[in-house]
Design a binder for this molecule. Structure first.
Ligand SMILES: NC(=O)c1ccc[n+]([C@@H]2O[C@H](COP(=O)([O-])OP(=O)(O)OC[C@H]3O[C@@H](n4cnc5c(N)ncnc54)[C@H](OP(=O)(O)O)[C@@H]3O)[C@@H](O)[C@H]2O)c1
Length: 113
């Protein structure tokens, strides 16, 4: 896995995960989670709206490292209530979050707004 530090730029991250994401069915967040699994994190919490799409990602994580604990949170970032529920759910699962990947979003091309 690539090494990142204080000098890492967004381009470095996209070159590592974005390119892979473009070439596969995984988005950046899924690719990051799958890649991190081999570093044996204690816990990975995956959050998105569509729970039906999470199983293949968990399968890939387990293939990379079957010992990793994986939790799924159904989260809609456009809903304050959903964000609050997810915050409470995370608090119930773990005391610490060491690494947060904020990748949810859409790409809006110039001229679309
Ligand atoms: N891939 C690249 O090479 C690349 C390059 C430059 C910029 N970007 C930008 O990076 C971001 C992520 O790219 P990606 O390729 O990983 O996209 P992606 O495969 O579409 O992944 C986006 C993720 O965000 C989640 N999401 C979307 N809206 C959400 C919401 N309201 N609440 C919670 N989760 C939400 C989606 O899951 P659900 O639909 O299940 O919620 C999905 O898991 C985008 O903004 C994209 O424009 C990507």
């Amino acid at each position: 896995m690539a090494t990142f530090d204080i000098n890492t730029t967004d381009v470095d991250v996209l070159n590592t995960f974005g390119t892979k994401a473009k070439g596969k069915t995984w988005g950046i967040g899924a690719q990051v989670a799958i890649s991190l699994a081999s570093a044996s994190p204690k816990l990975l919490i995956l959050a998105r709206r569509d729970g039906a799409k999470i199983s293949p990602i968990i399968d890939q994580i387990k293939q990379a490292n079957s010992a990793v604990q994986v939790e799924f949170l159904q989260l809609d970032l456009t809903s304050h209530e959903s964000v609050q529920k997810s915050r409470d759910a995370v608090k119930a699962i773990t005391k610490n979050v060491d690494f947060l990947v904020n990748n949810a979003g859409v790409m809006v091309n110039e001229g679309c707004i």
